[in-house]
Design a protein around this ligand. Structure first.
Ligand code: TLP
Length: 352
């Protein structure tokens, strides 16, 4: 029986078109700027985001790291959401490698930051007790906040504040196309006030590897040096960039299918007595749920579901399910029936 893997949209496999494009890719030494396929991907990315330039990087983590390192110096402080991936999941790279302190502000339920909270976190200048605030980071969609979408207005309220204080804005847009598809808004609108943005090719867009960091030409020149320093200078990287081009050309609009499958899964989960889940917070392809504590632990649930050939993640103290290209309505039905069975088993084990 095949496995239904809801752990992440990072598990998506390259499409046949991607593999063909990879096989035929024209390549060169990208560290010398001579890989035509990488150059094409970077131009496409910059143009989609409405920025001057873009840099092909190994991962979303590297894109965010370079975004921070190229905007700040050791001893500076950045403002990030308390639910942000930069804080939770990037191994404290900005602190370890950049000497940069993270100042956390709370995320709202769907991931946005309140301008009042951000303003309060901005350090007054001229006081030697304080590190200077050099960057404000947003995340769209906000993974740990139910895959929530930041609207243009929510984003603008923060970038306006940043501009008022002369502080640049970086968007971790690992899933920015999910936000754009959900809002039916051109992605450029969602990032137009941000100075820098990272987005990923290797999540719902299904490319095997890679992310793009976008910003001004000067910023990207600086980030390119940092990329070399952290070992991210790749050579004939056109082989993987070719899949990224196919991803940008053909995989964006289909993200709507992932969202409607997530909605069906969410509504089904909410019907299962013993699953604690609010469908009202689901906007894109990420679903968080809890197990009623009297039934047993979340890890037990994950383990039992695994035995039913359904893989989900236990992250941040909750169950996470992510829909993607390999999950259709048949898989959603399988997941819902397996979940109901596991919950019933757990209940009868407690009673029995
Ligand atoms: N997120 C992964 C895990 O690290 C949790 C996932 O499965 O969701 N920003 C955001 C918002 C992300 O969700 C991720 C990946 C990244 C950055 C990092 O991307 P990669 O994995 O390419 O380094």
């Amino acid at each position: 029986m095949s496995v239904v893997d809801l752990r992440s949209d990072t598990v998506t496999l390259p499409t046949d078109d991607m593999r063909q494009a990879m096989a035929k890719a024209e390549v060169g030494d990208d560290v010398s700027g001579e890989d035509p396929t990488v150059n094409k991907l970077e131009e496409m990315a910059a143009s989609l985001m409405g920025k001057e330039a873009a840099l092909f990087v190994t991962s979303g983590t590297q894109g965010n790291l370079l975004g921070v390192l190229a905007n700040c110096q050791s001893g500076d402080e950045i403002i990030v959401g308390a639910n942000s991936h930069i804080f939770w999941n990037e191994s404290a790279g900005v602190s370890a490698l950049g000497g940069i302190q993270m100042h956390l502000v709370p995320n709202q339920i769907q991931g946005s930051l309140s301008p009042a909270d951000v303003e309060q976190a901005i350090r007054p200048t001229g006081n030697p007790h304080f590190p200077p605030t050099k960057l404000i980071c947003l995340e769209n969609t906000q993974n740990r906040s139910n895959g929530g979408v930041l609207t243009v207005d929510e984003t603008a309220s923060i970038w306006n504040l940043g501009h008022e204080y002369g502080i640049p804005i970086h968007i971790d847009g690992a899933r920015i196309f999910n936000a754009a598809v959900y809002l039916e808004t051109p992605v450029e609108e969602l990032v137009k006030g941000a100075d820098t943005v990272t987005f990923c090719l290797s999540k719902g867009l299904s490319a095997p590897v890679g992310s793009l960091l976008c910003g001004t030409a000067d910023f990207i020149d600086n980030a390119r040096r940092w990329r070399k320093m952290v070992g991210g200078g790749m050579r004939q990287a056109g082989v993987i960039a070719a899949a990224g081009i196919v991803a940008l050309e053909s995989m964006i609009t289909r993200l709507a299918e992932d969202h409607s499958n997530a909605r069906r899964l969410s509504e089904g989960l909410a019907q299962i007595h013993g699953i604690q889940h609010d469908p009202g917070v689901v906007q894109t392809n990420i679903i968080f749920a809890d197990i009623a504590p009297e039934l047993g632990s979340m890890t037990e649930f994950v383990e039992r579901l695994g035995r039913e050939n359904v893989k989900v993640h236990y992250v941040y103290g909750r169950i996470r399910m992510v829909t993607h290209r390999h999950i259709g309505s048949e898989e959603i039905d399988l997941v819902l029936s397996a979940t109901a069975r596991v919950i019933e088993d757990m209940r009868s084990n407690r009673i029995g």
